[in-house]
Design a protein around this ligand. Structure first.
Ligand code: ARG
Length: 575
């Protein structure tokens, strides 16, 4: 024991110690560790609010959608199974650029060799992000669909990690960040050759009419305009090969090249059946790393010129090198696949995000949205038996999704902690231990409901759908159920939704470990004092005191901090 304490002192020279007869009793974690905890905790708190906000927003939008449907087509039209997901490619306007943005700067200087685009110039251009970092471009092709390159998801196929940053407005109004519901890479995408380098990304909520984001037009036929047609590329990619990424969108004009020219320039790697190339054989102007998934559009003349998406940025040999034009996936030849994917969602397994935002304890137990109907489709039994079976399978998959999302959140936190603490403990062992600590204590729904109604911040920031006349509910099947779902969600998430932005931080003031309480796993009982969401919380938990055990114990500590906060909020609302 004494040896261990001595070792400890060597490893962590900073903490304060209290002693009795020369023996240390308590130890304080040093300010540098508290700082790490505070930074990580703030991120966890923000993420928790963001996902609660998204869950609520999605149901609110479903309500709007349902109402719109009922008003538009009368109550007798048969109800589609999952109306929210049946987001057809917009038949409405597409490919329209704002006046002023249309006369693009001629390409010079430096995507590679392009120029900065004015804000809002490319309303369909989106960024695909993980943890706030842009990894690829993408193109909005319908209210809920973004087209991008399949290679963007190699090694990062978990849709729960991705968000889409929609286009900013013409005055530089920031674009909206939307979670990803599904990633559908082309089934024949080959990561070695980049053949069929195309993926559809389904947004969690469709782009609203109020957003400055607008879809581009998809080609009508299977052919591109003739070689020599000047088309446009845009993105946030590197300014030159191995160079820094652009801070703002850049654009350039590049001519389409003939299949022959492409093949001669790039050799057998170029497959003219699914790839086209564009650019200058002289070099200098091209897309580059980070532009992948972004658009190659050509304008279609007419009384109102429209931009049509003919290519999705895919690969190149260097960037802007002489004789090496950029390669783009031919969108026109994938027309049928695109249409099929965007119109057939009811035959798909529910996504993790859908399952995670579904509350299985909800009454009535049969899910009205048809979420689990997928699992009943091959069931030979009676309707009742099949419904039960489907419900079971839904629950099972939901559990797997929960683990997936949990594991990622925690690994993210852990990695952050390690970076600062500089130790590299094995990551794998952690997740199971933590899933137990994350089980939320049950809270009576009515209590959380009350909490929500009492919280003004939540009501002003997360607008409830406007009250409609009761009559509308009657003629609109499913609406009442959706409303109830919304109310429940708002209730269960109220504790985090109500935290105003300025208080969305964790600040650890003290972690005091009892040196006499070492467990078999090398952890110590500690008292933690922190301010969280503008409130002081005190709780106890286990911490490690050596770099390795400490790093391991931090994510759990953060989870417990969140829980302590939640309980404090609930307790305060208790009459
Ligand atoms: N593969 C790159 C990316 O992931 C795009 C490269 C385009 N290169 C080019 N020379 N046009 O961002």
């Amino acid at each position: 024991m004494l040896l261990a304490v001595l070792l400890l002192l060597l490893l962590l020279p900073l903490p304060d110690l209290w002693t009795a007869n020369g023996h240390p009793l308590y130890m304080r974690l040093p300010p540098s560790t508290l700082q790490v905890l505070s930074t990580q905790g703030t991120q966890a708190l923000q993420a928790a609010q963001r996902s609660a906000h998204w869950a609520v927003k999605r149901v609110a939008m479903e309500i709007q959608h349902r109402l719109h449907e009922c008003r538009g087509s009368g109550p007798r039209r048969p109800k589609p199974q999952a109306p929210f997901l049946q987001d057809l490619p917009e038949p409405g306007p597409c490919g329209e650029r704002r006046l002023g943005a249309a006369n693009m700067t001629r390409a010079h200087g430096r995507i590679v060799g392009g120029s900065a685009a004015p804000p809002g110039a490319w309303p369909w251009l989106v960024r695909l992000q993980i943890g706030g970092q842009t990894l690829c471009g993408g193109v909005l092709v319908a209210a809920s669909w973004v087209l991008t390159a399949a290679h963007c998801f190699v090694g990062a196929s978990n849709e729960l990690l991705w968000t889409v940053m929609l286009a900013e407005g013409p005055q530089g109004e920031p674009g909206e960040e939307v979670p990803v519901n599904r990633i559908l890479p082309h089934p024949k995408f080959d990561p070695k050759t980049f053949h069929n380098d195309l993926a559809l990304v389904q947004l969690w909520t469709p782009v609203s009419a109020a957003s400055p984001a607008r879809p581009v037009c998809l080609p009508q036929g299977p052919r591109e305009p003739p070689a020599g047609t000047p088309c446009a590329i845009a993105g946030w990619g590197a300014l030159f090969e191995d160079g820094p990424e652009a801070e703002a969108v850049r654009e350039a004009r590049v001519p389409l090249l003939s299949a022959d020219t492409c093949q001669r320039a790039l050799g057998p790697g170029l497959r003219p059946s699914t790839m086209l190339c564009a650019g200058y054989l002289a070099g200098g102007i091209d897309s580059c790393q980070g532009d992948s998934g972004g658009p190659l559009t050509c304008s279609e003349a007419g009384s109102r010129p429209r931009e049509v998406l003919f290519g999705v940025t895919s690969w190149g040999d260097g960037c802007g090198e002489p004789g090496k034009p950029g390669v783009y996936t031919r969108v026109a030849v994938f027309k049928d696949w695109l249409k099929e994917q965007m119109t057939a969602p009811s035959t798909r397994e529910p996504s993790c995000r859908e399952l995670l935002s579904w509350d299985p304890s909800e009454e009535p137990p049969v899910d009205a949205t048809g979420l689990c109907a997928f699992y009943a489709r091959l069931c030979p039994g009676s309707e009742g038996d099949c419904a039960r079976l489907a419900h079971q399978q839904c629950l099972q998959r939901r559990r797997r999704c929960e683990l997936r999302s949990l594991a990622h959140t925690l690994l993210g936190l852990l990695r952050g902690a390690q970076e600062v603490l500089g130790s590299r403990p094995g990551l794998r062992r952690l997740a199971p231990a933590l899933s137990a600590s994350l089980q939320e204590p049950p809270v009576h729904p009515a209590r959380e409901q009350r909490l929500y109604s009492g919280s003004r911040a939540a009501e002003t920031r997360f607008q409830k759908p406007r009250p409609e006349h009761r009559g509308e509910t009657k003629g609109c099947p499913g609406l009442e159920h959706l409303r109830q779902r919304l109310a429940t969600l708002q209730g269960t998430h109220a504790w985090i939704l109500q935290v105003p932005t300025e208080h969305l931080a964790m600040n650890f003031q003290e972690v005091l470990a009892d040196l006499g309480s070492k467990t078999l796993t090398g952890l110590f009982r500690a008292w933690v004092q922190a301010s969280l969401g503008g409130r002081n919380v005190v709780f106890s938990c286990l911490v490690g005191l050596e770099p390795t055990t400490l790093a391991h114990s931090l994510p759990r500590l953060l989870v417990q901090a969140l829980q302590a906060f939640r309980l404090a909020v609930l307790a305060e609302e208790e009459p």
